[in-house]
Ligand binder design. Structure first.
Ligand code: AMP
Length: 303
């Protein structure tokens, strides 16, 4: 496995490969079993796999956790090595933003996709995401790029950008990997240090599952299902540090809210547990999601 910090080195190595089957997994590091499953999907589809590790300042708000975001370089690199990654792109901030971020051409995704949900509480976030993803796609020039369904709004923004700008890459969505209790894996789960925080973090998935169960039992309107699911799941006296930011039902591509639940409706949730902001989602017709396999746990612990 090669690890490179510059665009020039990356391009030299990538262009020397006699293949049109390069799969790419962009990440911000602090890799966990969710990232590992994306890398495995890339491994299956591509004859060469490139992973980028870059905590992108452009997508963090001024009061967000950019500075304290975990950056366990050695663990991340050994996990990539064990997963058979061919090339890791690990740029410094200057490499991607040599002129800073004040005067920069950016990608503005359609407001209909970004003004609500995470975009409402994180202004500019999806501009930062779309811009860095376009830069990385231009640098790496992969045939496939794998993104997690865990970040559903991000995936919709990227898929839209790729279609609208005719980018020559196929986006592969990957299922959400969860802990055994249902909590979606996330680099930010590292912030959940107390047992109580960890308990409360499980509520996101429980709330989603509860909505799906009510739908399966015949409840048709979003409003009714949400009211009952919240009443059944979120007891404020038991969960004082759990602050729901949104619970929403949307069309999976347009991300517009729906009043009637349909099989392809996407249910999304965001909440703060103490200071930690977590998100999750679930399609009503989705098969029960993958949990991290023993193998992946083994790799992560040895990493
Ligand atoms: P991040 O490092 O958080 O920017 O995530 C990099 C990629 O991993 C994104 O495409 C995420 O959607 C994906 N990802 C993060 N968590 C999970 C998870 N639990 N399951 C599957 N994919 C994930």
């Amino acid at each position: 496995m090669r690890v490179v910090e510059t665009i020039t080195e990356l391009r030299t190595l990538r262009n020397a490969w006699p293949t049109d089957n390069v799969a790419f997994v962009p990440t911000m590091g602090a890799l966990h079993a969710g990232h590992a499953s994306l890398i495995e999907m890339a491994r299956q589809i591509g004859s060469k796999v490139i992973v980028s590790i870059f905590v992108n300042p452009l997508q963090f708000g001024p009061k967000e956790d950019f500075k304290r975001y975990p950056r366990p370089r050695e663990n991340d690199l050994s996990l990539c090595q064990e997963l058979g990654v061919d090339l890791v792109f690990y740029p410094k901030e200057d490499e991607l933003y040599p002129n800073g971020m004040e005067i920069l051409t950016v990608i503005e995704p359609p407001p209909s996709l970004t003004l609500q949900l995470c975009g409402a509480s994180r202004p500019g976030h999806f501009t930062g995401v779309a811009t860095v993803v376009l830069k990385l796609l231009n640098i790496v020039q992969p045939d496939f790029a794998v993104f997690g369904k865990k970040d559903a709004q991000q995936l919709a923004v990227i898929q839209r950008m790729v279609n609208d700008l005719n980018l020559p890459v196929t986006i592969l969505p990957a299922p959400t990997v969860r802990e055994s209790d249902g909590l979606a894996m996330s680099s930010r789960n590292k912030y959940l240090v107390s047992a109580s925080d960890r308990q409360q973090a499980r509520l996101l998935h429980r709330l989603l599952q509860n909505v799906r169960q009510l739908y399966q039992q015949g409840m048709e309107t979003t409003q009714e299902a949400f009211a009952l699911a919240q009443e059944q799941t979120l007891d404020e006296s038991l969960y004082p540090d759990f602050q729901l930011e949104y619970l929403a039902a949307v069309h999976p591509e347009t991300f517009q809210p729906v009043e009637l639940l349909e099989p392809d409706t996407l249910i999304l949730v965001a909440a703060k547990v103490g200071q930690t902001r977590l998100i999750d989602n679930l399609a009503l017709n989705e098969a029960p999601s993958a949990t991290s396999s023993g193998d992946l746990h083994h790799l992560l612990q040895s990493g």
